[in-house]
Design a protein around this ligand. Structure first.
Ligand code: ATP
Length: 237
């Protein structure tokens, strides 16, 4: 069994004539939290969507859990143990919180009650609101629900796209704490975040994406103390 749960080599992704991802190499070891940092339009969401099969690459390879998934459709990738909580929440608004969580388990034969209990434990707000229609939740609560739903499939790899986007600081803390708990339970996490400092503090390693290319990579400590990264992403001169 390879130590690498996810291994991406020379990935290229185009939107028509626009080259969004220009040959990136990236890997995530089992048990790690890895973050991808980058400015708006750098290609972070494109990278995540290509990994989970929502977008097709033009060339390069993606190996997940020792299997080449480059040509595999998204629903099969979910069954292999990868779960993606996309940017912008996308919960089922006319279903209750609990029904949304159940939907997250569709790739399993039946939902796992212990997983559901655990989600309610790490995100108690969801328990309090379990009968409420998801469309009436606040933005932060919808974000919690999107994460909870992604965990219901008991993934090996959880992919999170901007989980703290637009949230008040107190909810950002709740979300990051939940991600930490998820990681501690043994789930490997790939995280895209605008909140670079918080993401690096949580992560083992990070990559910096600029205009479709990886410009820096290293341990979180290396990136947190790098002057270039501090200036560009951590708001320090
Ligand atoms: P943000 O932080 O703003 O979400 P990002 O790093 O996630 O940005 P992407 O959304 O991956 O960036 O976009 C990368 C590039 O690809 C951008 O230049 C964007 O305009 C372009 N792009 C994204 N989606 C499409 C699309 N459907 N059609 C054409 N170009 C696209």
């Amino acid at each position: 069994m390879s130590e690498k749960l996810l291994d991406i080599k020379n990935l290229h992704v185009n939107y028509g004539a626009v080259e969004a991802i220009k040959g990136i190499d990236l890997h995530v070891n089992r048990g790690e939290v890895v973050t991808i940092l980058g400015a708006n339009g750098a290609g972070k969401t494109t990278t995540l969507q290509t990994i989970s099969g929502l977008l097709k690459s033009n060339s390069g390879s993606i190996v997940f859990d020792n299997k080449d998934i480059t040509q595999i459709p998204a629903h099969e990738i979910v069954s292999l143990g990868m779960s993606h909580a996309p940017e912008g929440r996308r919960v089922f608004g006319t279903l209750s919180v609990e029904e949304n969580l159940m939907m997250g388990a569709y790739s399993l034969k039946k939902y796992d009650a212990l997983t559901l209990d655990w989600i309610y434990e790490i995100l108690p707000r969801l328990y309090e609101r379990k009968q409420q229609l998801a469309g009436t939740l606040s933005g932060g609560e919808q974000q919690m629900l999107a994460i909870g739903r992604a965990i219901m499939s008991k993934p090996k790899l959880l992919i999170l796209d901007e989980p703290s986007l637009g949230l008040a600081p107190v909810l950002v803390k709740v979300i990051f704490k939940a991600i930490k708990e998820i990681s501690k339970s043994g789930v490997t996490v790939l995280l895209v975040e605008q909140n670079a400092k918080a993401a690096l503090k949580l992560a083992n390693r990070g990559y910096v994406l600029e205009l479709g290319k990886i410009t820096h990579s290293g341990s979180s400590e290396e990136l947190l103390t790098s002057e270039v990264i501090q200036e560009a992403y951590l708001g320090k001169k």
